[in-house]
Design a binder for this molecule. Structure first.
Ligand code: 5GP
Length: 207
């Protein structure tokens, strides 16, 4: 498996549940055609608004475990009682094509990915307040009360990983938060090492 990202960037975006990460990433991807989102596999039941293959690849727990034992995941984790994993093959292909990749995964997954890709860029999204987080979880009407409670209890643990990330964005206003992530994406693309690699011919010509 590849352990460097070649000329592409690998962004890991994590957040406590209800911080608005999925909406933020959707808008970001609409605006930046060069960013490719890795579609995770999950054993979680599909929600009514979700589409198989667009939001997740929905599989049974058995299928997930078979894939896991065949080593098909770059990383995987159990989150709120369901299994989630990132396809190793998809990542390898995207890296080989020099694409900029976004992984929308939890902190356990982020730790595993950093072991292979030490240059991965971590972005952590925070809600503006506890009250806003709870309101969002209830108003999006996706989960029953028990699951919402589980998600709220997990917030403290997830936020304790904030130090492992390179950037922190407060999602108080979607537009502002998307712009901030886009700034990070651009700045990372313009980093010296990446630019030298990309524009080697120009630099040679000018020196
Ligand atoms: P949800 O059920 O709300 O879609 O996602 C629950 C949590 O699982 C979120 O924190 C999300 O980022 C995380 N998640 C989604 N896909 C993956 C994955 O492939 N790997 C890991 N480790 N976490 C994931």
């Amino acid at each position: 498996m590849a352990t460097t990202t070649g000329s592409g960037c690998l962004f890991i975006i994590s957040a406590p549940s209800g911080a608005g990460k999925t909406s933020l990433i959707r808008v970001l991807l609409e605006r930046d055609a060069q960013l490719k989102l890795s579609i995770s596999y999950t054993s979680r039941p599909q929600r009514s608004a979700e589409i198989d293959g667009r939001d997740y690849h929905f599989v049974s727990k058995d299928i997930f475990k078979q894939m896991q034992s065949r080593g098909e995941f770059l990383e995987y984790a159990e989150v709120y009682g369901n299994l989630y994993g990132t396809s190793k093959k998809w990542i390898d292909d995207a890296i080989a094509a020099g694409q900029d990749i976004v992984l929308e995964i939890d902190c356990q997954g982020a730790t595993q990915v950093r072991r292979f890709f030490s240059h991965a860029i971590g972005i952590f999204i925070l809600p503006p307040s506890c009250v806003a987080l709870e309101k969002r979880l209830i108003s999006r009407d996706q989960d029953d009360a028990e699951v919402i409670q589980k998600r709220l209890e997990a917030v403290r643990e997830e936020v304790s990983h904030v130090n492992e990330f390179d950037y922190v964005i407060i999602n108080d206003e979607l537009e502002k938060a998307v712009n901030n992530v886009a700034c990070i994406v651009n700045a990372e693309r313009l980093k010296r090492e990446r630019q030298i690699e990309k524009h080697q011919a120009l630099i040679t010509q000018l020196t």
